[in-house]
Design a protein around this ligand. Structure first.
Ligand code: DGL
Length: 289
């Protein structure tokens, strides 16, 4: 039997406080903040890193080969520096392609973010569902397979937006985007066919929920918007459990890491602070790597 030398009593591993995990939430930019907020609510005790690969933003424009190479290279650096216990890839554009490569390379649990097509098919009354994503996500075999598997009975309208992720970044950086520009990106999401019209829109890019209040206002008719962030937080808890008793409040300051090496402005700093990211770090990783 092991004996606790200080107290002289029998050592009971179950009585030892479980260490709080370090969770890395990763995205090409600021969109993953929508996922970070939900994960933080579910595990307020954990240590957090939010990594924005802003040197390579937007991922939607990268070829599949470059995107795989890029995410592996950046993850290599982040894992070396911060040794996370779990990584959330809070990016549909990356998750729909890179997850198998990450799982093969690193012995860490990865939670991905992929288009919420199954809940959309369960929610629609009209059978007309829109998946709003980056051009990269829309083009993926993975996305098309999800449609086949879970929404074969629906008419699924895949909309690849080239601008919305950039608009979401601009808003957080204090550069407001005019209504007309947002409305133009939103227009193809709304389809009327005979008696029916689109009644569910899947936000299949983590940037888009940042714009949700404005999207709701600009929509030509009300629809159900599906943001997968709460489901991702549930998945995290399923994998690593709920808060460690006695540690319900996080003790460490969450850190936001940026790869572009350019620093951040005051409006973005305020937005990060409001979300609980109290420190920022610059970890320059040029895109040519
Ligand atoms: N936030 C990312 C996503 O969920 C993508 C934005 C981009 O880098 O193109 O797809």
């Amino acid at each position: 039997m092991l004996v606790d030398l200080l107290a002289g009593t029998a050592y009971n591993p179950a009585a030892m406080p479980a260490p709080v995990p370090t969770i890395l939430v990763f995205d090409s930019g600021l969109g993953g903040l929508t996922v970070f907020s939900e994960v933080l609510k579910a595990r307020p005790d954990a240590r957090y890193l939010y990594a924005a690969d802003d040197a390579a933003f937007p991922y939607g424009r990268l070829s599949e080969e470059s995107l795989v190479a890029r995410v592996l290279a950046v993850m290599e650096r982040l894992v070396d520096l911060y040794d996370p216990d779990l990584v959330v890839i809070a990016c549909n554009t990356a998750s729909t392609l890179v997850l198998p490569h990450l799982r093969e390379r690193f012995p860490i649990p990865f939670v991905g973010t992929v288009p919420a097509i199954k809940p959309a098919a369960q929610n629609t009354q009209s059978g007309l569902v829109t998946v709003l994503a980056t051009p990269g996500t829309v083009a993926r075999d993975y996305t098309r397979d999800l449609v086949q598997a879970y929404a074969a009975g629906c008419r699924v309208n895949l909309v690849g937006s080239t601008m919305l992720a950039k608009y979401a970044e601009a808003e957080l950086e204090g550069r407001p985007v005019p209504d007309a520009d947002l409305a133009a990106e939103l227009r193809p999401c709304f389809v009327e066919e005979g008696e029916g019209r689109t009644d569910v829109v899947v936000l299949a890019c983590t940037h888009y929920p940042l714009l949700l209040p404005r999207l709701r206002t600009l929509a030509p008719w009300p629809v159900t918007w599906i943001d997968p962030a709460p489901a991702i937080a549930k998945r995290v808890v399923h994998l690593i459990g709920g808060p460690v008793p006695g540690h319900e409040e996080g003790e460490d300051e969450a850190i936001a890491v940026f790869t572009a090496g350019t620093g951040i402005g005051a409006p973005l700093r305020r937005a990060l602070l409001a979300r609980g990211l109290l420190r920022t770090a610059i970890e320059a990783i040029p895109l040519s790597l």
